[in-house]
Design a protein around this ligand. Sequence first.
Ligand SMILES: O=C(CO)COP(=O)(O)O
Length: 158
Amino acid sequence: MMEQKFVDFEIGKQKHIALVAHDGKKAAMVDWCDKHKEILKNHFLCGTGTTARLIAERTGLPVRAYNSGPLGGDQQIGAKIVEGGIDFMVFLWDPLEAQPHDPDVKALLRIAVVYDIPVANNLATADFMLTSRYMEETYSRKVLNFTAAVEERVEKMK
Ligand SMILES: O=C(CO)COP(=O)(O)O
C-alpha cells in the first residue's frame, strides 16, 4: 500500500499558543493580549522569555516562559512545534529592526509552515485568527508524513 504523503494532526479546541514579539512590537503584543484576555484565558499560553513575562505581568494570565529569543527561545519554541506541543502562534517580528538571531527567527517561521500551524505576524492577522470559527472547534492540520519521507530518503541514499 502507498504510504500517505501527509498525516493529520489535530489542533484541539484548547489551543497551545506561542506569543513572541520583537522589542519594537512588545507594547503592541501586550496591548493585544490584554484586549483579548477573555479569549486567551481559555488556552495554554507560552512565549519567549521577555515577551511572556511582560504579558503575564500586564494580563495576569499564566504564560509559560522559554528563554529569551536571542538566547535560544525561538529555537525552543520551534522544537515544541516539532514535538506537537505548540499549534498556534502569534509572532510579531519587527520589519524595521535587524535581529542578532535572525537565523533563529527564520527557522521558527519556517518550521511553523512545515507543521501547518496558524501563524499571525501582524495584529490584523492575529485578530482574524482569534475570531475564526476554528477557535471554537478542532482543526485538522496537514503535516508531511516524516516516517514515509525518511523511508523514501533512506532507500534513495543506499
Ligand atoms: O527575540 C525574540 C523573538 O525572536 C523575542 O524574545 P524576547 O521575548 O525574550 O524578547
